[in-house]
Design a binder for this molecule. Structure first.
Ligand code: HEC
Length: 196
């Protein structure tokens, strides 16, 4: 009897361990999915930057605000269609309320920000996790966006009155100024629906 009990508990322990292993395995993002999300984030950054620099060169910052306003969401939508992932940008202090973070994004950005303040190289930071939602399993991927040279024209500590007025006309609740060169600005955020 005792032996039987021992066997049953041994078998139960094995099954539980196997289940735990399988759970862990299914929660680890597949390297190919992470690579695809990282590529989409880099692609979004490159497309936005090209369009922004072109708009700044041809029309100056006030005209470029309109380009960002009209085209940044479109560029993200086109790339989302091409990659079959949801591709976008978010920030802890945002300009367009449509870019406001959800809980996952906020937590990831707070972590990025404190690591960067602590001396981490932003180019080496990313977060990739599988989350389970009522709609199914998703890969969530995030990568920091830093404040570079041209960015401070519209996000900096010393934005001109003209630019400020043009921003407030389109984004009355803007929170996205006051960033110093090299400061953490926000993040690319990619969501991919997973099978099963
Ligand atoms: C000409 C003005 C201008 C410049 C220069 C500019 N931005 Fe923006 N930025 C905007 C506008 C306008 C939006 C809102 C776009 C939208 O409606 O989706 C925005 C939105 C963003 C967002 C999305 C989150 C949010 O706050 O809504 C990030 C991140 C961002 N900018 C980062 C940058 C970085 C990094 C640079 C430099 C490479 C930069 N921006 C340069 C005007 C500018």
């Amino acid at each position: 009897m005792n032996r039987q009990l021992a066997f049953i508990s041994f078998a139960a322990a094995c099954i539980l361990t196997a289940c735990a292993r399988e759970e862990a395995a299914t929660q680890t993002p597949a390297p190919a999915d992470v690579a695809a999300a990282r590529a989409a984030a880099n692609d979004l950054g490159a497309r936005l930057k090209t369009r922004l620099l072109d708009a700044l060169a041809t029309g100056g910052p006030v005209a470029a605000i309109e380009v960002c306003n009209l085209e940044a969401p479109k560029i993200a939508t086109v790339l989302s269609g091409e990659t079959h992932m949801s591709v976008g940008r978010t920030a802890l202090r945002w300009r367009n309320p449509a870019n406001a973070p959800d809980d996952f994004e906020r937590a990831a950005m707070e972590d990025f920000r404190s690591q960067i303040v602590g001396g981490a190289d932003p180019a080496m930071l990313e977060r990739a996790e599988i989350v389970t939602t009522p709609q199914g399993r998703q890969l969530r991927y995030m990568k920091p966006i830093m404040t570079g040279g041209p960015c401070t024209l519209c996000h900096g500590t010393d934005v001109s009155d003209e630019v400020k007025a043009a921003i407030l006309a389109r984004y009355p609740d803007d929170q996205a100024t006051g960033f110093a060169l090299g400061e953490f600005r926000g993040a690319f955020s990619i969501t991919k629906d997973l099978e099963g």
